[in-house]
Design a protein around this ligand. Structure first.
Ligand code: 26W
Length: 848
């Protein structure tokens, strides 16, 4: 530093944290300071220039000394630069437009890797490929360096990611609000065929896709008590919390596809208000000095790995309130500003509740309006109930969250009071509509008193929501007819359906560039943002050349998947095998055991000589599934699948014609590899249990045929692709209900079906467990005695459907026709279409 540079003395010690202190303190004079943010040129040279600059100045290394991680981080930051202007421009445009935005509240976002998607959205793929080659680097290798953010469990989390992608691509103002878990969904590995979980330190190598904004932190309170006070003759209540934490927002870019738009995903991380107690430290009590910090950080430490049975843990409720309180405060104070008249709030925002996990947002908004902004109760309620809508994603009674009033009242005393008041007013409305029907009042009460007093979060969401929707036609029907029937009778206009969708950007363009290219060469590129245009492929199903090209695409995808499985898990995917895929969370209602019984039965038939190995149609069954760590039976089923696999994969009597592949740690990145390679998509849940499914949509759109029950969105897939292009089997939902009511006795099916009996007996024989006949007894006996999800009842119909698959797959041309028609007729399952439905039916917002 040369002597003559005089550094100005800073005004004072503490940095300027006033979030409303935006921009320069005096009008900028330098031309560059006045110029709009520049986007680098879309040229290889410009890209290389920015990349090297990021490597040198961002990573502080030269190309020759750089590690793969350095190169990946520099590349990610390079692509960020191409998105930055769009991002800043989009936010400025939204802020100035004053238009209505969507606040998507979700405890989970299963985003998948970001780099590939950012390159796709900015159409920089080829430029980056060329630029990296020019630097002696391999783009694919750098992309493989990215750790995917596993901030979700399964369907619900991935759906949220598809939805925010579509809203950005449709130019809809949306802020996705969620939680920045330090540890995402656990990493799964298999030890002796058993699932073992390891933490997922996804941030360890740095995360170039997040932008922390500590200056926009929000304080979140917990515990304590409430007190009423007189405010100039008006009785008011204040919450006196006894501890608090700080929520730090991290922004993520959500790039729109080829539209220059970039929306924001704002994920909150918890830290202690006073992170470090120096006095305690100086007194030598080091653990106590940092106790507040660890305690606070615990709130966003890890994602709860359950995706169906809430464990009712206090920390989970802390997580839910934490991100909701941060998000509501952030939108009201930072986006709208302290002087905004909250009477207009419903014109500026609709918060979509992604299941019940964020529903505590309802009493939180009421608390702010009544306690802080002194709105009258009714006024506040009128506003609040226009600001929320609720999507239910499940039918499993045990998956519906209920919080003991003891716990909720201890953690959030003011919110419980508000919920009690909401409930009281609501039950008056019920009594008015159904005079004298006190049983109905008890059934519908948000606060149930049996067995112990608890808050039914789905009921709170239904009472407060402008709309309640299921995620597939059948699901929404069952919600209105069964789960929330009383509410449907009271408010039929409140209930609607929006069938799920998936983003074609990630699950066709990114995952299946071969199919993507074939479609674009055939139809042009418009389909990527208008997926129903795939219907124009229909006539090509009759074109043998197109069919050949379509098969070549599938073959390329199979080779690619096989390379990945070999490198990743040492699994061989023999060419020419029918690739039969079942990828989803492990849950008994999804019936991975039924798929396994099919394989065991084929094996048994060969062992018993009923069929010869040569009669077996070469097939590899690929499973991908994580089980919630606390879900014992699910983990047993994983153990059995691996046990059967290790026996049949090495039994020469099968001549390698029947195999099981179970790559560990199924996640979004693996899904992108496997889905394009699939011939057969297993969607075999017990009818009435799978709310929608989204894997079914991804597989059909990648040219797989579905074998499935009439459950969730399978019903709509079958209707659109045609019965002849779908392998339907099993009981329908009404038949399931009837069989359940008439008393289902699974053992009868075992005794009356020799094939089923032989398959189950083979499992009990110990052949898959080194002769230990007890190893899998719990699974066999639960099927024989309870079989809650009617695996045995649907076995025969499933086996017959698999025979139809065998016949159909033997005729290559016919199979290809069916596969092409599945792609052509599934454009409806785009998440863009789903967003269009939400905008029209629920949100009443529009692109700007
Ligand atoms: C509290 C524990 C918990 C956590 C997550 C309970 C329930 C959930 C999710 C709602 C479970 C889930 O992911 N449901 C899936 O949501 C998908 C998106 O709508 C549907 O396609 C699937 O059918 C549904 O199982």
């Amino acid at each position: 530093m040369s002597a003559d540079v005089v550094l100005p003395v800073p005004a004072d010690e503490s940095p300027d944290t006033e979030i409303d202190h935006i921009g320069p303190s005096s009008p900028p004079t330098h031309a560059l300071a006045k110029a709009p943010v520049a986007t680098p040129q879309h040229s290889v040279d410009a890209f290389v220039k920015v990349f090297l600059q990021e490597l040198n100045t961002g990573q502080g290394v030269t190309l020759s000394r750089s590690t793969v991680n350095d190169q990946y981080l520099a590349l990610a930051r390079t692509v960020r630069q191409y998105l930055m202007t769009r991002w800043l421009e989009t936010s400025r445009h939204y802020a100035e437009s004053g238009s209505k935005a969507i606040g998507y509240l979700s405890a989970e976002y299963l985003l998948g890797r970001q780099l590939g998607n950012a390159l796709l959205a900015t159409d920089l793929g080829e430029v980056a490929e060329e630029a990296m080659r020019g630097c002696g680097l391999d783009l694919a290798r750098l992309r493989a360096q990215e750790v995917e953010p596993g901030l979700g469990n399964g369907g619900l989390g991935r759906l949220a990611a598809c939805f925010v992608d579509s809203l950005a691509t449709m130019g809809i103002p949306c802020i996705g609000y969620g939680i920045r878990y330090e540890y995402g969904i656990f990493k799964q590995s298999f030890v002796d065929g058993r699932q073992v979980e390891q933490p997922d330190p996804w941030l360890a190598l740095g995360n170039p896709w997040e932008f922390p904004h500590p200056e926009a932190s929000v304080q979140v309170n917990f515990g304590g008590h409430t007190e009423t006070y007189d405010d100039g003759g008006v009785q008011r209540t204040r919450w006196v919390p006894d501890w608090n934490v700080v929520g730090v927002p991290y922004n993520y870019m959500v790039p729109g596809y080829h539209n220059g738009k970039v929306n924001t995903l704002r994920l909150w991380s918890a830290k202690a208000t006073n992170a470090f107690d120096l006095a305690l430290f100086n007194s030598g009590d080091y653990p106590e000095a940092v106790r507040a910090q660890t305690f606070a950080e615990n709130i966003t430490k890890v994602l709860y790995p359950e995706d169906s049975t809430p464990q009712g843990r206090e920390l989970r409720l802390q997580q839910q309130y934490f991100f909701v309180a941060c998000s509501i405060r952030d939108f009201i104070e930072r986006v709208l500003g302290p002087d905004f008249d909250l009477h207009q709030l419903p014109e500026r925002i609709i918060f979509q509740l992604n299941d019940t996990h964020p529903v505590i947002a309802v009493p939180e908004l009421m608390r702010i309006l009544v306690d802080e902004r002194h709105f009258e109760w009714d006024e506040a309620w009128q506003i609040t109930k226009q600001c929320f809508a609720y999507t239910c994603h499940t039918l499993l009674p045990e998956a519906l969250e209920v919080w003991p009033t003891e716990l909720l009242g201890r953690l959030l005393p003011r919110h419980l009071e508000i919920i009690r008041r909401i409930n009281a007013d609501f039950l008056d409305e019920v009594r008015a509509s159904f005079p004298g029907d006190e049983q109905r009042v008890r059934n519908m009460s948000i606060i149930s008193d049996d067995p112990n007093s608890s808050v039914r979060m789905a009921f709170l969401a239904t009472v407060a929501g402008t709309k309640v929707n299921g995620v597939a036609e059948l699901h929404s029907q069952l919600l209105a007819d069964k789960v929330l029937h009383d509410f449907d009778e009271l408010w039929p206009e409140k209930f609607t359906n929006v069938t799920n969708g998936i983003t074609p950007r990630r699950f066709i363009c990114l995952a299946n560039p071969w199919l993507s290219e074939l479609i674009s060469d055939t139809l042009g590129v418009g389909w990527v943002t208008d997926l129903e245009r795939l219907a124009e492929l229909e006539p090509y199903a009759q074109d043998p050349d197109f069919r050949r090209a379509f098969r070549e695409v599938k073959q390329k995808a199979k080779v690619h998947a096989s390379d990945i499985l070999r490198a990743r898990d040492g699994i061989e995917l023999p060419p020419g095998h029918l690739v039969d895929i079942m990828i989803k969370r492990l849950h008994e209602y999804k019936r991975q055991t039924l798929k396994l019984l099919h394989v065991v039965s084929l094996y048994e038939q060969v062992l018993s000589g009923e069929i010869t190995a040569s009669q077996l149609q070469p097939r590899t069954v690929i499973f991908g599934a994580k089980a919630a760590p606390g879900y014992w039976m699910a983990k047993e089923i994983i153990h059995l699948i691996n046990a059967v696999g290790s026996v049949i994969n090495t039994d020469p009597r099968l001549e390698g014609r029947l195999k099981i592949a179970f790559p560990a740690n199924y996640n979004v990145t693996l899904a992108e590899r496997l889905i394009p390679a699939a011939d057969l998509s297993e969607q075999i849940s017990l009818a009435g249990l799978e709310a929608s499914g989204t894997g079914n949509m991804k597989l059909a759109l990648n040219g797989a045929l579905t074998i499935g029950t009439d459950d969730g969105a399978n019903v709509e897939i079958r209707r659109l692709v045609g019965d002849e292009n779908f392998f339907l089997f099993g009981l329908s939902e009404p038949e399931v209900a009837a069989l359940r009511d008439s008393g289902y006795r699974p053992r009868q099916y075992y005794e009356s079906n020799p094939q089923l009996r032989a398959a189950l007996d083979l499992i009990s024989s110990g052949i898959f467990s080194n002769g230990n006949r007890e190893a899998f007894a719990p699974i066999v006996s639960s099927l024989l005695n309870e079989d809650r999800f009617m695996v045995l009842a649907d076995f025969q119909s499933y086996m017959e459907a698999q025979l139809r698959v065998r016949e159909a797959f033997a005729d290559e041309e016919e199979w290809t026709k069916k596969a092409i028609l599945n792609v052509a007729r599934c454009g409806f399952f785009s998440s863009d279409r789903a967003m269009g439905d939400y905008l029209r039916e629920i949100w009443h917002a529009s692109a700007i």
